[in-house]
Design a binder for this molecule. Sequence first.
Ligand SMILES: C[S@@+](CC[C@H](N)C(=O)[O-])C[C@H]1O[C@@H](n2cnc3c(N)ncnc32)[C@H](O)[C@@H]1O
Length: 106
Amino acid sequence: MPCRWQGPGHEVTGFDADEQMLLRCRPKAQGLSLRVYRADAAIEGWGEGFDLVVLAGNLLINIETQMDYKAAQALFVQKAAKARRRAGTSIWTLTCTQTPRPSSIA
Ligand SMILES: C[S@@+](CC[C@H](N)C(=O)[O-])C[C@H]1O[C@@H](n2cnc3c(N)ncnc32)[C@H](O)[C@@H]1O
């Protein structure tokens, strides 16, 4: 999700391939300048000149694509870099969870 960071005077732009995810996003963004649209991130351009690009919600390990998976991951990282301005920032969120095995608790 490329974004011009949220808050007073900031604009947020986001996209997802899933319309339902876009609908879930709107109530959380009340009062923000928000533009969201449906797009396949592997095919569509991501825009440019963003201060911050966030590949949220473990996107890099949840890409839906017909491409080779490692090629898709590399493409997304390249697109994030291209979408941000020269001194901008990219963030990839990865949530690591592990269910403890009973033998490791005690
Ligand atoms: C684990 S969910 C995270 C959703 C949301 N970004 C969040 O942080 O809660 C991964 C999301 O990536 C989207 N996604 C996966 N492949 C995509 C693609 N090729 N183009 C656009 N969105 C894609 C899915 O539709 C899904 O909503």
